[in-house]
Ligand binder design. Structure first.
Ligand code: SF4
Length: 277
């Protein structure tokens, strides 16, 4: 639970508007991960030969202030119309990538029957489904028995959650993660490095250890995307590498995520150390 009375609270910092968001920064990039140029049809993004992103909605249970999908905010067109949706599914079935990542917005915002129907309509052209969702952390009630049973019946389906601070792992979140893992759904985590939230090796190590204890594998630690309005939350790449080194000195094996960044040219995630050269 965020403490809205404390502007430095690491949970509140992620979701409460801040006047600093109105300041332009020389490092701002309007399309910071280069999605626009990689979208063959609306609601589909392809950066790799073998996997494709399918955006189910632009809605989320809460709106993170650092998010690179800045058009996915209240008031924007929130869901594909039927024609656009058929076109997106048709494009994916025709190109048959090995893996489709269901994303958004948050794909667990949409009703469970629509989510499961989407998976069914991608099969058999697509074998592996990945669901990128912050819902198990921000709205654990979304991890219902019906959802878990539906994902289990449609294996292989992977769930990739997004946790940034150990305090996000409440008893309700723990229970949601356990429902998924107990059902045999593999769960990974992505964490975004954020100034004032988790730019501390102790916080990061505690988070990653706590995730492993919950049978969730820390997968990626992201260097903050250079979204206009989030400059006050960014951690520079050199500092990100130093933080990752400090965590690596304490953790190894499945507890240590890869440090990556998503460059604006749309080429997809790369190792942050290699990107620095
Ligand atoms: S839940 Fe995910 S998509 Fe939604 S605002 Fe947060 S980071 Fe962005």
């Amino acid at each position: 639970m965020a403490d809205p009375s404390d502007p430095a609270d690491p949970l509140a910092l992620q979701v409460l508007p801040d006047p600093r968001e109105l300041l332009a920064d020389p490092g701002d990039v309007p399309d910071p991960v280069g999605d626009a140029a990689r979208s063959p049809v609306p609601w589909v993004v392809r950066k790799h030969q073998d996997r494709v992103l399918l955006l189910l909605t632009k809605r989320c249970h809460l709106y993170c202030r650092y998010c690179f999908r800045r058009d996915h905010q209240p008031g924007a067109t929130s869901d594909p119309d039927p024609e656009a949706w058929e076109r997106a599914l048709g494009w994916i079935r025709e190109h048959a990538p090995r893996e489709v990542i269901l994303s958004g917005g948050d794909p667990l915002v949409v009703p469970v029957p629509r989510l499961l129907d989407t998976i069914d309509r991608l099969r058999p052209a697509v074998r592996v489904i990945r669901i990128h969702t912050r819902a198990p952390v921000t709205f654990p009630e979304a991890v219902t028995d019906a959802l878990v049973a539906g994902l289990r019946a449609r294996a292989p389906v992977w769930v990739v959650i997004h946790a940034n601070h150990p305090r996000e792992l409440s008893p309700e979140v723990d229970a949601a993660l356990a429902r998924l893992v107990d059902a045999g759904v593999p769960v990974l985590d992505q964490t975004v490095l954020l100034r004032g939230v988790n730019d501390d090796p102790d916080v990061l190590a505690t988070l990653f250890e706590a995730l492993v204890e919950r049978r969730v594998m820390p997968y990626y630690l992201h260097v903050t995307d250079r979204v206009p309005g989030n400059a006050h939350l960014r951690v520079p790449i050199e500092e990100a590498i130093a933080l990752h080194d400090a965590v690596r000195a304490r953790l190894g094996g499945v507890a240590l995520p890869k440090l990556v960044l998503d460059p604006p040219d749309g080429s997809g995630k790369v190792d942050a150390r290699e990107a620095l050269g």
